[in-house]
Design a protein around this ligand. Structure first.
Ligand code: NIG
Ligand code: FE
Length: 417
């Protein structure tokens, strides 16, 4: 008999995202139940078998699913959610025809957020990020990647990453930090990107690593920002000190970021609106994940990434929010799934895997989170939907009713009076 300290029962569907555990590509168990002990899943199966296979420890918690659908907590593998200030004026300018790159070239864009973030204190950044994380959690996200990249000088990059570390201890969403010192060339290095790259590699990176503040390394590899050669330098320096590469690649121009991701065995290359199909095919060979950010294309009014052609190469496709104040001010992965299906023609199954198991792969966390099978963290959401397809089919609303993180009910929708 398996012993458990948490039982989740009375579910219409348990969507495990593990095909070998249930029916179809999402491993669905109709009338399924789940048991966990000390924050990890110990059993999943049809509820009819629960009583004969699992014993509840004295004082075990019981969550009545109320006939809802349960699925893995979402894994948002690309965000910039620590920042100060806001850029709603740029959003309005784009509606009048300005492009993201034009706004950036005129001193707005990332550099506007850099000015505000440099001016903020560590405590101030934490205070600003807490409600954002609460919104993520309420929309079903239980694990998130968070980047630096609005400091662009050593003390401010460290400040952002210290904020990420503190936030990890202050609220339930699990945060994994990325050093993204090469997010933009700061004003004081205008025209001197190579000098700035040297600062990133020689001063910032060692300072970040010495404090154990990052798990991944990122660079905005883009025309007018950092070239392939500069990106290679930053990512290789990160790899030498144990930071896995996941980076902004081939977003607005075809530079060969996908090929670089394959060559460097990156965890993921992200955006890829302009990636060459052969580059994406090489990513598949190298085991890298293609992380698509449909909210960004949507918010910037750009055509989406050619997800179908990527999927045909067999590359693993993750979906993330890219939550940031400039190009994607939206944290809702349910809506991201809708965009993936309606704009990029991904199947609803591919979309749900994109925000769960494949998001976990994009962070190298596929043994820990992203699906519901024994051994993994007990991270799940309960959705007020008749079946899992409604998660992306019925859009623009939050379907989440409850969220469990590491075996604890950490968010519950308040009942109306
Ligand atoms: O992923 N492309 C670079 N970085 C972000 C935008 C950040 C910003 O505009 O503040 C992105 O879209
Ligand atoms: Fe981004």
């Amino acid at each position: 008999m398996t012993r458990a300290d948490l039982l989740v029962t009375n579910l219409a569907e348990l969507v495990t995202c593990e095909p070998c555990v249930g029916e179809g590509p999402l491993g669905i168990i109709a009338g399924g139940a789940l048991a966990a002990a000390e924050g990890r899943i110990v059993w999943v199966g049809p509820e009819a078998r629960l009583a004969s296979e699992v014993t509840a420890a004295p004082g075990a918690a019981r969550v009545d699913g109320g006939g809802r659908v349960a699925c893995p907590g979402f894994v948002d593998s690309h965000t910039h959610l620590i920042f100060a200030g806001s850029r709603e004026q740029e959003y309005a300018l784009r509606a009048r025809g300005a492009s993201y790159q034009e706004i950036a070239a005129s001193g707005g864009g990332i550099l506007a957020t850099v000015r505000a973030t440099r001016a903020a204190s560590l405590d101030g950044l934490v205070e600003l990020a807490l409600p954002r994380l609460a919104t993520l959690l309420a929309h079903g996200t239980t694990t998130v990647e968070v980047k630096s990249g609005y400091g662009l000088r050593t003390a401010d990059e460290i400040k952002m990453l210290e904020a990420a570390r503190r936030l990890n201890d202050l609220q339930p969403v699990e945060i994994h930090p990325t050093f993204c010192g090469a997010h933009e060339v700061p004003a004081e290095y205008k025209g001197l990107p190579d000098d700035y790259v040297n600062l990133v590699v020689e001063e910032m990176l060692p300072a970040v690593v010495e404090r154990g503040l990052a798990r991944y390394i990122d660079v905005f590899c883009e025309e007018g920002v950092f070239s392939i050669a500069q990106a290679r330098k930053v990512l290789e320096a990160g790899a030498r000190v144990g930071l896995r590469a996941k980076f902004h690649a081939d977003e607005f121009t075809t530079l060969g970021g996908a090929e670089l991701a394959a060559e460097l065995r990156a965890l993921s290359a992200d955006h890829l609106l302009k990636a060459r199909p052969q580059g994406v095919a090489r990513m598949k060979e190298a085991g890298a994940t293609a992380t698509l950010l449909p909210g960004t294309a949507f918010f910037l009014g750009l055509p989406s990434a050619p997800a179908r052609s990527f999927l045909e190469t067999g590359v693993r496709v993750a979906l993330a929010s890219d939550f940031n104040p400039g190009s994607s001010m939206g944290p809702n992965l349910q809506l991201v799934m809708t965009m993936a299906v309606s704009q990029m023609k991904m199947s609803p199954e591919e979309a749900l895997l994109g925000v769960t198991l494949h998001g976990a792969h994009a962070m190298g966390l596929e043994q820990e989170v992203g699906s519901l099978r024994p051994g993994k963290q007990c991270d799940l959401l309960l959705a007020d939907v008749p079946n899992w397809r409604y998660l992306s089919y019925c859009y623009g609303v939050n379907h989440v009713n409850g969220v469990i993180k590491r075996g604890r009910l950490v968010w519950k929708r308040a009942r109306c009076a």
